[in-house]
Design a protein around this ligand. Structure first.
Ligand code: SF4
Ligand code: SF4
Length: 309
């Protein structure tokens, strides 16, 4: 079912400026196409989704239903050989910015940002640049990488612009070779070797067993590190920095589990609890790492996943 509307009607219905509706249409954020009589057409489901975004009930009038024959004739008269597809959203930073066009440039985000001004960082400017389609400029600048992703800007925004999603999308656009710092290298190492620092399985298992023996000597009678224990209730993940540099930190957790009588285990492989794809904007790698944890959960038949990090 199609919904037919005038830009002015839609603007009034959603309480935004008519230019905002045009911008949404041009950017693909609002999947609509031009129809006869200076009206636009969109799928009813897309109209419903828009209503949901604005937290309101759909206000469809019977006169809004479309005569599809009329549309076809119009497209033929305009010499459109293939009818334009509806529901197509071009993948741009703008369309991923989730209604960035609702930004009123009020600056509340900038005043909420704890690092506004560091290297000139200004979330309001980032949102404006995204709305204006300045993808290349945004891709080259370091602001998205300075951002701590604390989300204070987004929480403060009166227009519900998803600034965090925009920041992550910008990070994801950068060539992987140009991702600053070690985070992308950590992602690659994790994909290749199961954890961000590439600790071999044998070394990890040896360390865990050794720490378990120490705990036993320190008074936890009968303690043995439960590695790959099938049927444990909780599967515990580990930040690779702990076995690498601060192994004693793991023992604090284990003492608590022991005192609580918890049934828990650590997988011998793919135990990394820190997913650096989150920080590098790499959704595909994130998905792979999460998938491995899920596989471990299934293999060990655990009920609860613990990410102490
Ligand atoms: S707080 Fe929201 S509406 Fe205001 S400038 Fe920032 S993004 Fe725009
Ligand atoms: S998420 Fe980034 S831009 Fe937003 S307030 Fe935090 S540091 Fe500032």
């Amino acid at each position: 079912m199609m919904y037919e509307f005038r830009v002015s009607e839609m603007a009034e219905e959603f309480g935004v400026h008519r230019n905002t509706i045009r911008n949404w249409i041009n950017a693909g954020t609002l999947p609509a196409k031009e129809g006869p009589g200076r009206k636009y057409l969109m799928k009813f489901e897309d109209y419903q989704a828009l209503c949901e975004k604005f937290g309101r009930e759909p206000l469809i009038k019977p006169s809004s239903y479309v005569d599809l024959e009329k549309v076809q004739k119009y497209e033929e008269s305009k010499g459109m050989p293939v009818p334009m597809e509806l529901g197509y959203t071009e993948k741009t930073i703008y369309s991923d910015a989730e209604w960035a066009d609702t930004c009123m440039t009020c600056g509340t985000c900038a005043s909420a940002c704890p690092i506004a001004g560091v290297d000139g960082l200004d979330p309001r400017k980032i949102v404006r640049m995204a709305v204006l389609g300045m993808e290349d400029e945004l891709n080259e600048m370091n602001w998205p990488w300075k951002c701590t992703m604390c989300a204070k800007c987004e929480n403060a925004c009166p227009a519900n612009v998803q600034i965090m999603a925009l920041m992550r999308r910008l990070r994801g656009l950068r060539d992987r070779d140009l991702v600053p710092g070690p985070i992308h290298k950590g992602v690659v190492t994790c994909l290749e070797r199961g954890n961000n620092l590439g600790i071999p399985k044998d070394d990890f298992v040896f360390l865990c067993e050794e720490l378990g023996e120490e705990l036993e000597e320190e008074g936890l009678t009968g303690f043995k590190t439960p590695i790959d224990k099938v049927g444990a209730r909780v599967m515990v993940t580990v930040n690779s920095k702990e076995p690498f540099a601060e192994p004693d930190d793991m023992k604090y957790w284990w003492r608590i589990f022991h005192a609580a009588g918890e049934s828990w285990t650590i997988p011998s492989e793919n135990w990394e609890g820190v997913n650096w794809g989150l920080f590098s904007g790499d959704d595909e790698s994130m998905k792979t790492v999460v998938g491995r944890l899920v596989d471990n959960m299934r293999r060990l038949k655990c009920e609860v996943l613990l990410l102490p990090e």
